[in-house]
Design a protein. Structure first.
Length: 276
């Protein structure tokens, strides 16, 4: 199968559509939490940002789907929009169910340049998911006070995120080839530029250097799961969890590679420096 061909489009679209799961957030088996688990869950600092992000994503992806003329691509992107909306509903239900205090969510606004917004979101989601896979793995191993039922619910969500980034990297590769950009080097340069923008956003969110002055995520978020978390442990866990999530997909499809490869280089560098 040739990447960028009609067969490639049919494979990544149909794989995405056929792997969709039907469920309603309010009907999931939400567990009862003891005081320790409840306090720890409420202390995690990213529920506000997660809710805003998912609600904005649902509105934006649905708006972008409406601009697509290809019926198969339109169906797949519209399905992603519904899943993003459902993620927002799931986060909102969790916040209400466990009485987590947040500010009033922002009203989602459709971006002016919808295609650019979809591209930025897709590359940002690749970065977010890579980090989320690792943090989820750490939480599952170390936060023994949280019931497995809650991990099982979010395991489904992260599997959907893995599907989203797999669909996105194949869609963007297909789209670029269809537009005449068959150079892997140029496509890689374009991806690096988008990832750089996404990374700048993450640095702001992690350090609290943006206008919201958020607390440092690494200091207040990951510490809920594991004491003395080091960059080496985080990166190695991200790589391990990412590999497990990606291994379930058809090997003929394009997989996100830039972020895992940069993480491997960074991990090797950190290990070298620690030996020095």
């Amino acid at each position: 199968m040739e990447i960028g061909s009609k067969e490639h489009k049919e494979l990544f679209c149909c794989s995405f559509i056929e792997s969709h799961l039907e469920y309603e957030p309010e009907r999931l088996p939400w567990p009862n939490l003891d005081s320790v688990a409840l306090e720890s869950l409420r202390a995690i600092p990213f529920w506000q940002e997660a809710l805003n992000t998912e609600q904005e994503a649902g509105v934006m992806v649905n708006a972008f789907a409406a601009t697509i003329s290809d019926p198969l691509l339109q169906e797949a992107i519209a399905l992603q929009g519904r899943e993003e909306e459902r993620h927002g509903k799931l986060i909102q239900y969790l916040i209400n169910h466990y009485d987590i205090e947040i500010s009033q969510p922002l009203e989602p606004v459709v971006p002016t340049n919808i295609k650019t917004a979809f591209l930025d979101f897709g590359f940002g989601e690749c970065l977010d998911s890579f980090l989320a896979f690792g943090l989820f793995g750490l939480a599952r191993r170390h936060a023994t006070y949280i019931p497995q039922e809650l991990f099982q619910i979010f395991d489904v969500v992260l599997n959907e995120e893995a599907r989203h980034i797999m669909f996105f990297v194949n869609w963007v590769t297909y789209q670029q080839i269809q537009e005449g950009n068959k150079s892997k080097w140029l496509r890689g340069t374009n991806a690096f530029w988008h990832y750089q923008r996404a990374l700048q956003d993450k640095i702001q969110a992690f350090t609290g250097s943006n206008d919201k002055k958020q607390e440092s995520f690494t200091a207040t978020g990951s510490s809920n799961f594991m004491d003395n978390l080091t960059p080496e442990v985080l990166l190695s866990t991200c790589l391990e969890e990412n590999s497990q999530r990606m291994n379930v997909f058809d090997k003929r499809l394009v997989q996100p590679q830039l972020i895992p490869n940069l993480a491997k280089i960074t991990l090797r560098t950190l290990k070298f420096l620690s030996r020095r």
